[in-house]
Design a protein around this ligand. Sequence first.
Ligand SMILES: *Cc1c(COP(=O)(O)O)cnc(C)c1O
Length: 246
Amino acid sequence: MQDIVHNLDVIHQRMKNACLQSGRPEDAVRLLLATKTVSEENLRFAVGQGEVLLGENRVQDGSRMAEKIKDLPVEWHFIGHLQTNKIKEVLRWATCIQSVDRTDLVEKLDQRLQFEQRKTDVFVQVNTSYEPSKFGVEPEKALDLIREVMRYDTLNLKGLMTIGLFSAEAERVRKCFQVLAGIRNQALELGFEHLELSMGMSGDLEIAIEEGATIIRVGTAIFGPRVYPDSFYWNEGSVKPTGNSS
Ligand SMILES: *Cc1c(COP(=O)(O)O)cnc(C)c1O
């Protein structure tokens, strides 16, 4: 637990430094805790430290954890690949879907929300690294998808999300974040007053903040390494080996 206190301290210091570095106010960036594989105990502890913005990749895991900690004043975002048959379930606990990446998902979300007579916040996820292993709409098609989202009263477009290239070459990572910021600037011309940029993780949050991130999503640097590689969480329909605790 002391590790988590220390790690959160380090992250907030890194956020602060990156804001200073880029001339942005210290409160310009929010920290979202990536909760995949995190235990209830550790998550409760981190929330107790004042972290209230949580993001989960897998619908089932999110449902389970949201139920377990429903006494806590947290805000859940969904940040993983969303299959349309999981829409009903994810809307029970997530107030924002950060991973809207295709037209059929937009349509199905609208259908369900109309049925429930309510709205939800969404981000459009863009595949700024063009890696086939990652989800997200291609940058060239992002504005079309944004216009599509705008057609539905049930969907409040709050921003854009991306996962940067995994690379030690900072300039190539930076390019991804610049692409997302560029799309945001174009989207603002469609009539939005403000759009968030959800970008930056444990390894690249400074670059993301320098390029304008307003939400960074951090897991490993707070909770330690995961058992499964990230590709596991990002691959459609991948099934967890049985016998594992989470
Ligand atoms: C796991 C995950 C993160 C956090 O990644 P870390 O490297 O553990 O900080 C951020 N965004 C998404 C979509 C994730 O799946």
